[in-house]
Design a protein around this ligand. Structure first.
Ligand code: ZN
Length: 574
């Protein structure tokens, strides 16, 4: 029994190891190689690249060396986006009319330009101009030569629709199509043909990839025409997987390739080329390095999608945090390896500003601006806080705002907490539970632990952060709830509800507000004050604690944090 189990396990291992190849081999969709000659063109090739990117199509560019040299950025982009770069000579002569040394120069000069993009000694397919060669010329071309099997004669028919039709009508599975990216009509026609052929199930690959996928060889001096289906498709190359571990100073990087293809990688943020390092096992790099990798059988056109692990480089990270402690200002950043720079004169902070080196006593009544920068990070977003005369750091409350003094004062006295990072959200609504908690804290009283519940509110859970505050407010007749045994702790508190709670708080503390002064006629929306809250609202208005906007008192509007801070501060002074 044990032996049989072992045999089964081994069969399973074998099966798993051959599975990727098997799965790909049965896929076998329709493949086609689109090629573009005579470019790159500064006008049309970028437009073509945009169209190819949108359609996720890879093609082969047979460039003229002289055009490539003057449009290096364009062929760099083509390479970066996974297209194959190939040679079509330096300036399109009929090679058969040239001497041996002239032919060799045409080829070598073009390769030198392509090497600037693909890396030293990469290999390139060659398409002799006009497809014209002799055995003498062929012996000089030290590369496979790419012919074509579909020729839409796009250079003759300067009409996108004719180009599209000529391509679509003549394309077959395994074909190599010839187009020129130096004519706008050719580019438009080719993109339309791609749309049609993709609908018919064609997958577009580079010339070299077409051969690899179907297990066809490409030998030096051999002419390539097409690769018809031969019952094999080894599938595209899986994108490598990059993982890392770190001790905070270095990263140990591991790269895995499911396809078994060699992995080329860089650690400086550049796109890997034929000249890049080849992965041999886990390696160490400084923390925050950018690692990019391809799995490739040939970096020029026979490779996976780009895998990248960019930790920081080009990454702004997060803005610094600013706190106060013991009368000093402290700054912190989460961006490893960076420094914090700050200003106290109201100007934007940059890496040229004062470097933060530890807790610092700063004058009050100023703006502090801070950024973090350095290491592999670019300059972070800026943190800006006002350091108030009371010593409060305020990120979203500015001197000059009508509520500035109220929020600053409550924050300084510990009665209003920020929402984190010195944010006070003056315009945010306050829930009924928050209001109860605010008054509970303001009272300075405490139910202690193990208090017994007396309130009837079925929607106030005993475990919630506001349970004690609501119990305290209920016991002291500061809150009544809505009847029906409901309190609605998470509902926003209205201005009339707030008025009622403040008024009752005064009563509870033995200080009553003035009674009997009607504010009928004072506010246009007087009639909107609900009966139960009328005496509360009128008492607060008479005492000068609650103000309208000059016209309305807005009894049913939600009270904001700024409005509650204002009423509470006035109540404290009353
Ligand atoms: Zn040509």
């Amino acid at each position: 029994m044990k032996k049989r189990l072992l045999a089964l396990a081994m069969a399973l291992v074998l099966f798993v190891s051959v599975l990727p190849l098997q799965a790909n081999a049965v896929k076998g969709g329709k493949l086609v190689a689109l090629t573009f000659d005579d470019g790159p063109s500064a006008t049309y090739t970028p437009k073509l690249l945009d169209g190819l990117k949108k359609r996720n199509v890879k093609v082969t560019f047979f460039v003229l060396g002289q055009n490539a040299k003057s449009n290096l950025g364009i062929i760099q982009r083509a390479y970066n986006e996974g297209h194959e770069l190939a040679s079509h000579s330096w300036n399109h002569p009929d090679l058969t009319t040239l001497s041996d040394s002239e032919v060799l120069w045409q080829l070598r000069a073009t390769e030198d330009v392509l090497d600037q993009v693909c890396g030293k000694n990469a290999s390139y397919l060659v398409r002799p101009p006009y497809g014209s060669t002799t055995s003498r010329v062929e012996s000089l071309i030290n590369a496979p030569m790419a012919y074509w099997t579909v020729d839409p004669e796009d250079w003759k028919y300067r009409d996108p629709e004719t180009v599209r039709r000529n391509i679509v009508n003549n394309t077959f599975d395994g074909a190599i199509i010839l187009v020129h990216d130096i004519h706008g009509t050719s580019v438009d026609g080719a993109l339309r043909a791609i749309d049609d052929l993709q609908k018919k199930g064609y997958e577009f690959v580079t010339v070299s990839e077409l051969h690899r996928r179907r297990g066809a060889t490409m030998d030096k001096g051999e002419w390539l025409y097409s690769v018809k289906p031969r019952g094999v498709d080894v599938g595209s190359i899986a994108k490598p997987e990059i993982t890392y571990t770190t001790d905070g100073k270095t990263m140990t990087v591991t790269i895995k390739s499911a396809s078994g293809a060699p992995i080329y990688y860089t650690t400086d943020g550049s796109v890997p080329t034929h000249s890049s390092a080849v992965y041999k096992g886990p390696f160490k790099v400084p923390y925050s390095s950018a690692v990019k990798a391809y799995a490739a059988f040939n970096m020029n056109g026979v490779r996976s999608e780009l895998a990248s692990l960019v930790y920081g480089q080009g990454n702004r990270g997060s803005a610094p945090k600013i706190k106060t402690s013991g009368g000093k200002v402290q700054m912190e950043t989460a961006n490893t390896g960076t420094k914090i720079y700050y200003t106290t004169d109201g100007k934007t902070a940059t890496p040229k500003s004062t470097a933060y080196s530890g807790p610092v006593a700063l004058p009050k009544g100023i703006y502090i601006h801070a950024v973090s920068a350095g290491g592999y990070y670019s300059t972070s977003p800026e943190t800006v806080v006002y350091y108030s005369p009371r010593g409060v750091l305020l990120a979203d409350v500015r001197p000059g705002a009508w509520y500035f003094n109220y929020i600053d004062r409550l924050a300084a006295e510990g009665l209003m907490n920020g929402m984190g990072n010195n944010i006070y959200e003056p315009g945010t609504n306050v829930t009924r539970a928050m209001m109860a908690k605010l008054l509970y804290e303001y009272s300075g009283e405490s139910l202690g632990s193990g208090w017994t519940r007396t309130n009837p509110f079925t929607d106030v859970d005993q475990d919630e952060w506001y349970a004690a505050a609501i119990e305290w407010a209920y016991r002291n007749k500061i809150v009544n709830g809505y009847g029906n045994n409901r309190f609605s702790p998470n509902g926003n508190i209205t201005r009339q509800e707030m008025s009622a709670m403040i008024d009752r708080m005064f009563t509870y503390q033995g200080n009553s507000l003035p009674r009997g002064a009607s504010c009928a006629g004072k506010f246009a929306d007087y009639g909107r004050i609900e009966k139960w809250a009328l005496s509360n609202v009128e008492a607060l208005v008479a005492a000068g604690l609650l103000e309208g906007d000059g016209k309305n008192i807005e009894p049913r509007s939600n009270a904001t944090r700024a409005e509650i801070a204002a009423v509470l501060c006035r109540a404290m002074d009353y």
